[in-house]
Unconditional design. Structure first.
Ligand code: GDP
Length: 297
């Protein structure tokens, strides 16, 4: 995976030095932590997140009295692995399910983050476990967004509900949900409009869609390539919309990793899915422990 390449190789470097030592002094551990800290900062991880992370690793290392261990290098790596996993949410966070179908999933995010594409991918993932999702086309502003969703729907054989681009998105969402109820769809996924930047009008519209559809999940789609910015965007959306989760896209690119490693800690929202490509089947449930192991190599 191209993502995290530089962070990975830097961390591996730090740990190979430790691993080579039969005995590890407190200074060795401190030196290693200094290097881990720099590597994380360079990977665009939020400053405060890095600070807390290092403090926790140090605390654990002292608690375990690493210097007395027979394999001190391994112990430190294990601690870092556990803390990285915790940082990204600890365990996998599953999609919510409504007591009474349909489960309503609202997608939000800035334009270009990958919302429409992810809507299609998520539908495909749900179909794999025998669900019947309906996609609702509420992005009436971006030219071709509706068509894009329809093409995705055709590709995976999922119905797409649209009322064109002359009806208000709130109305479309309401009618789409009704349509799903009448047609026995167990999930609806609402593709909403994005903007290049967060603005009040967009937020107002999203809030209204939220009010009308009472979603079980509000997933923010963020482009992992945008690093710290992605985290700031997530925080703003969260304040307005009470997100239930984040989808990180473009993890196949050469993202430095900052978004993946900061977004949970900063917003409290778990990362639920990761997208790693343009293809329809490139969405996976996000597993913090697997991601941590990948980063540490
Ligand atoms: P929206 O404006 O948020 O709806 O964004 P789109 O779904 O139209 O996606 C914007 C661009 O990003 C498209 O060219 C997608 O093919 C691309 N894209 C989306 N997700 C991924 C991903 O995980 N990896 C890569 N490489 N490209 C992606």
């Amino acid at each position: 995976m191209a993502a995290f390449e530089s962070l990975s190789s830097r961390l591996q470097n730090v740990f190979s030095k430790l691993r080579g030592k039969g005995k590890v002094s407190e200074e060795d551990v401190s030196e290693a932590m200094r290097e881990v800290r720099l590597a994380l900062l360079e990977a665009d991880v939020n400053f405060k997140v890095v600070k807390d992370f290092i403090a926790k690793v140090k605390e654990r290392a002292i608690g375990l009295d690493v210097s007395k261990s027979f394999t001190p290098g391994m112990v430190v790596i294990d601690i870092v692995n556990k803390e990285l996993t915790e940082l990204m949410g600890g365990t996998q966070s599953k999609l919510a399910k409504a007591n009474k179908p349909p489960t309503v999933i609202m997608m939000a995010g800035l334009q270009g983050a990958g919302k429409t594409t992810t809507t299609g991918k998520l539908a495909k993932l749900l179909q794999k476990s025998n669900n019947r999702p309906l996609l609702i086309a509420c992005d009436i502003y971006r030219p071709a967004a509706i068509k894009q969703l329809q093409v995705l729907g055709e590709q995976i054989n999922a119905p797409v509900f649209s009322l064109g681009d002359q009806t208000s998105p709130v109305e479309i969402a309401r009618a789409g949900l009704q349509h799903a109820k009448e047609n026995g769809n167990d999930y609806v996924i609402i593709d909403t409009a994005g903007r290049l930047h967060i603005d009040e009008e967009l937020m107002e519209e999203l809030k209204q869609i939220h009010q009308v559809t009472k979603p079980d999940e509000v997933l923010l789609v963020v482009d992992a390539m945008t690093g710290q910015d992605a985290v700031n965007v997530a925080q703003s959306f969260h304040e307005q919309l009470a997100l239930t989760g984040v989808v990180l896209t473009k993890l196949d690119g050469d993202t430095r990793g900052g978004a993946a490693l900061s977004v949970k800690a900063v917003t409290g929202c778990p990362i639920k899915f990761a997208a790693m490509g343009e293809k329809i089947d490139s969405l996976e449930p996000f597993h913090p422990e697997r991601m941590a192991s990948r980063i540490l190599g």
